[in-house]
Design a protein around this ligand. Structure first.
Ligand SMILES: [Zn+2]
Length: 118
C-alpha cells in the first residue's frame, strides 16, 4: 500500500481543471473543445471518487536519533575523568533505553524512526 495526500492531489487536479478551462475558452476546433470538456469532466469525476473513499488513520513518520548519555566510571587518569555510555535517549520524546537497545530502529515509546542524520 502507498499512502498519498488526497487533498494535495485534489488541489493539483483543480489546477489542471483551471488550465483546461483556459484552453477551452481559446479553442476554436470543435473536436479539441470536446476533448477538453471530456478531460474536465473526467478530472471532476475522479475528484468526487477520491472524496467518497474511506480514509485511513495514519501519522506522518517522525525521525529521531539516539543521543548517548554518559556517566563517570570513577576512574581518573592524567587529570581526566573516564566516562562510559550508560544509555541512549530518544531525540524526539527523551525516552531512555539501555546501551544494548541503541540499535533499535524505532523508539519503543514514541515510535520515531531512528535514522535521522547528524
Ligand atoms: Zn521517542
Amino acid at each position: 500500500m502507498r499512502l498519498i495526500d488526497a487533498d494535495e492531489l485534489q488541489n493539483v487536479m483543480d489546477e489542471n481543471i483551471e488550465i483546461h478551462k483556459k484552453l477551452l475558452a481559446g479553442e476554436k476546433n470543435p473536436d479539441e473543445k470536446d476533448f477538453l470538456c471530456s478531460e474536465i469532466t473526467l478530472l471532476r469525476c475522479i475528484k468526487e471518487f477520491i472524496d467518497v473513499r474511506k480514509t485511513i488513520d495514519a501519522e506522518p513518520v517522525r525521525y529521531g536519533k539516539w543521543i548517548p548519555f554518559k556517566g563517570e566510571t570513577g576512574v581518573e587518569a592524567f587529570g581526566y575523568t573516564e566516562y562510559t555510555v550508560l544509555g541512549f535517549g530518544c531525540s524526539i520524546c527523551g525516552a531512555d533505553v539501555d546501551v544494548s537497545e541503541e540499535y533499535f530502529k524505532y523508539c519503543p515509546l514514541c515510535g520515531a524512526k531512528m535514522d535521522l542524520e547528524e
